[in-house]
Design a protein around this ligand. Structure first.
Ligand SMILES: Cc1cc2nc3c(=O)[nH]c(=O)nc-3n(C[C@H](O)[C@H](O)[C@H](O)COP(=O)(O)O)c2cc1C
Length: 189
């Protein structure tokens, strides 16, 4: 798939077929992530690729996080709230969840650099998934349960979870993807 076609095709996928994803495909995703640019080539990312029992435990932790959705119920309304509870509890039955971590830092400059670097790596995972016919969704809602998740996965104390990425084969029930605006740049000569 041409890279521009991959950009066009990538959308957040939130419901998946139960089929397992071959390890080689996951390795390509991680390779793509590891090729992302990073500030001073720090390559601050470490990924925890969870499947099977570990994936189930990640799901359990995420389900605990849904109590935080009550904070948003006024903005969301009851229907969206119920949908969100279901989504975060099940993660669309994604067979794979990649947990993305970075080193903890108090330094604002490094935090900025690290977030941007990991964002680039995550985008590479999304594109590498799309390019292989998979679907993926970047999720920062994991923030609410990051300590529980870190414990579950035995993530070292000096690292923190930035986001998780649900990965799998998209099922048939994909909604119309949201529009992306085109009036986002000023060209100056
Ligand atoms: C930094 C970041 C955080 C996101 N967090 C979530 C999230 O917690 N839950 C979720 O369902 N989607 C999340 N998304 C996906 C966005 O909702 C999605 O990218 C956006 O609505 C545009 O839709 P598209 O990806 O299908 O083009 C996140 C995306 C980004 C870039």
């Amino acid at each position: 798939m041409d890279v521009f076609e991959t950009f066009e095709r990538r959308h957040s996928v939130r419901s998946f077929r139960p089929d397992p994803v071959p390890t080689e495909m996951l390795e390509r995703i991680i390779r793509a992530a590891s090729l992302a640019p990073s500030a001073m080539n720090e390559q601050p990312w470490r990924f925890y690729v969870t499947t099977g029992e570990t994936r189930r435990r990640v799901g359990e932790a995420m389900a605990h996080g849904t109590t935080h959705l009550e904070e948003f119920i006024d903005v969301m309304g009851p229907e969206l709230h119920a949908q969100a509870v279901q989504w975060y509890s099940e993660l669309g039955n994604a067979p794979v969840v990649i947990v993305c971590t970075m080193p903890k830092t108090e330094d604002e400059f490094w935090r900025l650099n690290t977030h941007l670097s990991i964002g680039a790596a995550i985008e590479n995972t999304l594109l590498a998934a799309t390019g292989q016919g998979l679907g993926a969704c970047n999720i920062t809602f994991s923030l609410y349960v990051r300590d529980e998740l870190a414990k579950t996965l035995d993530i070292p104390e000096d690292r923190t979870i930035v986001a998780i990425v649900a990965v799998g084969y998209p099922d048939e029930a994909q909604p119309e993807p949201p529009a992306h605006r085109s009036d986002v740049a000023v060209f100056l000569d």
